[in-house]
Write a protein that binds this ligand. Structure first.
Ligand SMILES: [Zn+2]
Length: 130
């Protein structure tokens, strides 16, 4: 079936969320150029577990956005602007950062992109020096 995207108001974020296929992550907004796709993403749940006491908390303290690279889509480089929530635990009363499964804290790449790079290097037969 041929699908024509004609409406400017068409909601592409749910489609991009499906394409991105990262657990619990939704695409909130996107920008594109000929070479790049920039996706603003966040976890769909606002509940996160306190690393100190293990209690579930959802008291938003502040938002913190950072950029990571992800696997390319249709030969376009993909960068994700991840909205990481800083939550204040209602029991310890201490702020902590939401932990997201697909990216390590302070990493510049998603885990699956890092795994793909490692795989490519292992499978590579390129010899730099003959
Ligand atoms: Zn706590």
């Amino acid at each position: 079936m041929l699908l024509l995207l004609t409406s400017q108001n068409l909601q592409l974020e749910p489609i991009l969320t499906r394409l991105l296929d990262l657990p619990v992550i939704v695409v909130d907004n996107f920008h594109e150029s000929e070479t790049d796709l920039l996706l603003e993403v966040e976890a769909w749940t606002d509940q996160t577990v306190c690393p100190r006491c293990g209690c579930v908390s959802s008291n938003l303290h502040q938002n913190h956005g950072y950029w990571v690279r992800d696997l390319p889509i249709s030969n376009r480089a993909v960068r994700l602007k991840v909205n990481c929530r800083q939550v204040k635990c209602k029991f310890c009363n201490k702020p902590f950062s939401e932990s997201l499964d697909f990216v390590d804290k302070r990493a510049k790449y998603t885990n699956r992109l890092a795994a793909e790079i490692v795989k490519q290097v292992k499978n590579s037969n390129v010899h730099l020096v003959d």
